[in-house]
Design a protein. Structure first.
Length: 458
């Protein structure tokens, strides 16, 4: 039932100072009133907190609690909502929830509170999805992107432009009723102006997805290079931990080693890889193949060079073996402690058309490691889209792409003076794909897919 009473523990499982149980639905205040010692909650105003004792099914005191009242429509779900704050004992939380269910509530499904917020018009669909992203945020930028979308983000612009298109579609539909009189209610020039504005927004959002997805999941940084170049030492130095085994024996790293590092609010996924060389060892060869796969999917490559073993021309030849044309390639000249008088500038100049930047370091002495981290941050922040509305959701990206393709057909139709009925078909397709983002158009399967990934209690 749409407005039946749902209940769930909203705090994580485990011991804690406090725990919170949330209820929503018509009658939830009356239900809690039956088991709560402070009877004032029945007539209490919204946005008020009340102290008392919660009783079990057998009417024994379970815990001393605080109860927060939120009256419809001024609540998260736009229904009556109660939040019970008690001590964070798993036993207490479980017993309170059992009592509520025995009294007529039911266990909420994953994301059901947010689903109700969406269905009751409190949030549009992209905002509801942002709630899940906000809960999972692990860095400043993943938090920033989720919060921006929760506050409306690019969905506000899409809703506004979609409304204009609906107006045009209505006028074109009206023209069909007067087909024999050959009249135009929808000004084609006005439509083209709106389409130009919408197309520009769609292109901006579509192009932001690669960066947005990386900021949300983590910027993929692959550490590559020849065996014994110092890749594992570099990983350990960046993480400030002995994460990878270090050995003077070539081929020690035979599989990828993954870890993450948050620098200046940006999450970086670091991957140490097997050294690139020709090997007769079957296991090492598999590791090398995995290295090239990781490089293919990387955002940034840190290519580590042993300057005691490789000249600039050798390095250039090595870099030809990896597919880095569409990657940000940072060449790391390692073991500077063994070659302090090296002509770094000449080495850099020879790589100027190949690498994004060249950084001399001594991984074992942790020399210039901060230069690497500063460079990684700069590579991300220098991208113009980083401070704009950014798409992080693959579902949104696909809908935006489909909307843009449909919009191109509308422009083509206007330029070829297609009849109103054909234009209306293409405009409805644009409206459909944008509506799939904001939630004006949805299916039960789509909602199930989105909200089932939420934690119970949210």
């Amino acid at each position: 039932m749409k407005n039946d009473i749902i209940a769930a523990i909203s705090t994580p499982i485990g011991l804690g100072g406090i725990g919170v149980i949330r209820l929503s639905g018509d009658g939830c205040i009356e239900l809690v009133h039956e088991k709560f010692s402070n009877k004032k909650i029945l007539t209490a105003n919204g946005y008020t907190i009340h102290h008392g004792y919660f009783h079990s099914i057998q009417n024994e005191i379970l815990d001393e609690c605080l109860i927060s009242i939120f009256r419809q429509p001024h609540s998260y779900t736009k229904e009556d909502v109660i939040e019970i704050s008690c001590h964070g004992s798993p036993f207490i939380l479980s017993e309170i929830l059992k009592t509520l269910i025995a009294s007529g509530a039911r266990q909420a499904n994953g994301g059901e509170f947010t689903l109700r917020a969406f269905l009751n018009g409190q949030l549009n669909l992209s905002q509801a999805e942002a709630v899940g992203d906000l809960i999972k945020a692990e860095s400043f930028y993943s938090h920033k992107l989720a919060l921006d979308q929760l506050r409306g983000g690019y969905s506000k612009d899409l809703i506004e432009l979609r409304t204009k298109l609906i107006e045009f579609a209505s006028l074109i539909e009206l023209e069909l009723d007067f087909g024999e009189e050959d009249v135009e209610f929808a000004d084609r020039e006005d439509i083209l102006a709106t389409i130009k504005q919408l197309s520009s927004k769609l292109i901006e959002l579509i192009n932001s997805f690669d960066l947005g997805n990386s900021l949300k999941q983590g910027i993929k940084v692959v550490i590559a290079g020849n065996p014994n170049a110092g890749k594992s030492t570099l990983l350990n130095g960046l993480l400030n931990a002995d994460r990878a085994i270090i050995s003077s024996t070539p081929g020690t790293t035979r599989d990828t080693i993954d870890d993450y590092l948050i620098i200046d609010g940006i999450k970086f996924l670091l991957t140490d890889t097997a050294g690139i060389r020709t090997s007769s060892d079957e296991i090492e060869e598999q590791g090398i193949k995995k290295t090239f796969t990781k490089i293919e999917h990387a955002d940034i490559i840190l290519y580590v060079v042993d300057i005691t073993a490789m000249s600039a021309s050798d390095t250039i030849e090595e870099l030809k073996s990896i597919n880095s044309t569409d990657k940000q390639l940072i060449v790391i000249l390692n073991k500077m402690d063994l070659y302090p008088n090296m002509d770094i500038q000449t080495y850099k100049n020879s790589l100027i058309n190949i690498a994004t930047t060249v950084i001399p370091i001594s991984a074992i002495n942790k020399m210039n490691l901060t230069v690497i981290t500063e460079t990684l941050v700069h590579q991300v922040k220098s991208q113009k889209a980083v401070d704009k509305s950014i798409v992080t959701n693959i579902r949104h990206y696909e809908s935006l792409t489909n909307a843009f393709e449909a919009l191109s057909k509308v422009v083509e139709g206007i330029n070829h003076k297609l009849s109103g009925d054909l234009l209306a078909i293409d405009i409805r397709q644009v409206l459909h794909h944008i509506g799939m983002i904001t939630g004006e158009i949805h299916t039960d399967d789509l909602l199930e897919s989105i909200f089932s990934s939420f934690c119970i209690g949210k």
